[in-house]
Design a protein around this ligand. Sequence first.
Ligand SMILES: [Zn+2]
Length: 417
Amino acid sequence: MGIETKTGRVIYFIDVTNRDGVQTSRLGLAKLQKTMINLYLDKIGIFQSEFGFPVTSHEKNYLNANMELVKKGIINTIRLSGWMRALTSDVYESFDNIPNLKHINISISTSDQMIIGKFGGKKTREDILVQTLEAIDAAKARGAETIGVNAEDASRTDEDFLIEFTKAIKKQGAARLRYCDTIGYDDPDTAYKRLNRLAKEVKLPLEIHFHNDVGLAVGNSVMGAKGAIDGGVDAYINTTVNGMGERAGNADFASCLLAILKTSGFKNKYKINKKLKLDKIWQIAKYAAYAFGVPIAINQPAVGGNAFAHESGIHADGALKDKKNYELYAYEALGRGEPEEIETGSQITLGEYSGIKGFRNVYEKLEMEFKNEKEARQILELVRYANIHTQKPLMDNELRFIYKHPDIAAKIMTIKP
Ligand SMILES: [Zn+2]
């Protein structure tokens, strides 16, 4: 489930694609697509998916339906967690909307820049702390099993106040502090030092949340995690698929994982737990690229078109003699290398205006049969609705999901303003 270190401390991954990733300007995911991401993440064996916003009414059916997938064992190992502001009213509303919610993160700004800049002088550091502790109490009262507290703009927060804040939330029952480098202010050196000091002083597991405004999200994440581990606590790196996220994005999952497993300072000191399945990385990256409508960059680490391509004379010659001359890690381990079939002739796709004949043709190719005409028409109706949400031809995995779990699919797609 995570990466074990020689000290016995573990680096876990918390995916925030379905929360931070979907906050990306101009981009988003349909609820069905968010569900598919959760299913992929579950297969990869990531510790947790921050799956959305329990306070937001259009998320309600999707979130409850995904909780049902957990109950049914379809989502198997991953924890689903909700994000909300550190306000008692948000906490109550979240648990009213999603009664089975067990894991949450509550968020509050902790830097003077934001306390002054956002609250306009109406709140002090003390107010921020009191409000957070009250929200923790509310969450405990409503049965939350894990409460993470997000210090927004932690990298610009006065270090002594951040330590005081973290000690207080620990005493109140929080399981982790999320150190948010909200605007990408840290560098790998400050990330290591600040998280290391926080870990040593507070002894509370730390979430490592970095943004990529100057291109350092991955470097900061792995060095921040190292700081936490060296300071004696577990680290929970927040990542997104393909680094999707606000502005220049979040830390990319595959890159962070490979940085820890393959680079000289980390390699051999950190051991991957067998439950973490690297060979699904290719699939989830491709799916997320399709779902967001953002192609994978040709030079993207691990999954980019050129990540294992060689052309110039010396490189090609060297790679042909021994791949290890010019490749740091093997593509096979990431699930790459399988030939992919792309239809270049006649093709039937499914969408919101599809009819029964085309629908049956596509499902026959998937080798999925229907008990009778009624069932086929019910699934067709769901497929049409799914396309209203996604606005692009439905993928095989989406069609399979709708076929296997029609009731849950219907719930996920039900949105009423
Ligand atoms: Zn963020």
